[in-house]
Design a protein around this ligand. Structure first.
Ligand code: RIB
Ligand code: CA
Length: 309
């Protein structure tokens, strides 16, 4: 059966790494490339980390570096307190030997999406700056993307950076507004569902036992992530934000959606909030999720990540 082609735009980052290894290992996905963005880490760190992840999984696919900062506003500091100073918890900076694709992310995206017109699902799981720059660079690209599956936003729930804003939207609200205003198909996997999907250390111990190399790496980096969540939620779990977006591509039946035209607040106290607006194409917002099904699907595939590659 033809595998679903995807490109992941990412700021790895611990949950990004979980999502990327899920995608690499999934038999029904073909990752055509990774594009990197600032957010959890500086974009240079994101590129280095993305290259390392491709080497780990023996996926010799392009990694193309994107924006260093938001479209308009000054950058927020990286969330090193959540993902570690190098993006992989307490692990030292990885030293990949692969080099990035020479094209900037928005050029790589335009050329690759056009070369496979209508076939690729674009999965942004970081701030949306590269996607907004893609629209500026190639307005017709809306006709060449199969759809976008975005991890971000908080529609009927509190944010995770402020009471109003989720991190990916908060890190570049102007970019998110431009992306939601464009006439293309968007599915949004936001905190409305991801804040209900958790894994614990025992889950990752079992993944590491089944897949000692990549699973062992995931066990190490998620220990830091679980400690962060314990410090704010008093539970020894982590939330599967980015993995949920990739599971929604492979197992959409686990999610229930509502069509809501969305806008983004781009200034003031509620900056980064995602709010219903009129007169634009609706976004398919994931409002409910079978959290146990997503958790199981994710862990089952991760348990195979050493053997698939
Ligand atoms: O709010 C969660 C999102 O912000 C995830 O993509 C996480 O990796 C961070 O980028
Ligand atoms: Ca991310």
């Amino acid at each position: 059966m033809e595998r679903q082609k995807i490109i992941i735009d990412t700021d790895p980052g611990i949950d990004d790494a979980m999502a990327i290894h899920y995608a690499f290992a999934h038999p029904r996905l073909e990752v055509m490339g990774l594009t990197t963005i600032f957010g959890n880490v500086f974009v240079e760190q994101a590129t280095r980390n993305a290259l390392f992840l491709t080497e780990q999984a023996k996926q010799h696919i392009p990694v193309s570096e994107g924006a260093k900062h938001p479209l308009r506003m000054p950058p927020n500091p990286p969330s090193h307190y959540v993902h570690g100073h190098e993006g992989f918890g307490t692990l030292p900076a990885p030293k990949p030997t692969r080099k990035p694709d020479p094209r900037p992310a928005h050029v790589f995206l335009s050329e690759t999406l056009r070369a496979h017109s209508g076939e690729i699902i674009l999965c942004p799981v970081g701030p949306l700056t590269n996607i907004a720059k893609l629209l500026e660079y190639d307005a017709e690209i809306i006709h060449h993307v199969k759809k976008l599956v975005i991890m971000g936003g908080a529609v009927d729930c509190a944010g995770n950076v402020t009471a109003h804003a989720e991190a990916n939207i908060w890190n570049d609200p102007d970019a998110a507004e431009a992306v939601f205003a464009a006439d293309w198909q968007i599915e949004l996997i936001g905190l409305d569902v991801t804040s209900h999907i958790t894994c614990n250390a025992e889950d990752f111990r079992q993944v590491a036992s089944a897949a000692p190399v990549i699973g062992g790496f995931l066990e190490k980096i998620t220990a830091f992530y679980i400690n962060f969540y314990h410090s704010i939620m008093s539970r020894h779990v982590c939330l599967l934000h980015d993995p949920a977006a990739l599971v929604s591509v492979t197992d959409p039946s686990a999610f229930e959606y509502e069509d809501i035209p969305l806008g983004v607040i781009t200034q003031g106290e509620e900056i980064g909030a995602t709010r219903p607006v009129d007169h634009r194409r609706a976004v398919r917002v994931a409002k409910f999720v079978d959290a146990e099904m997503v958790r199981k699907k994710f862990l089952d595939i991760c348990g195979q990540c050493d053997t698939i590659n």
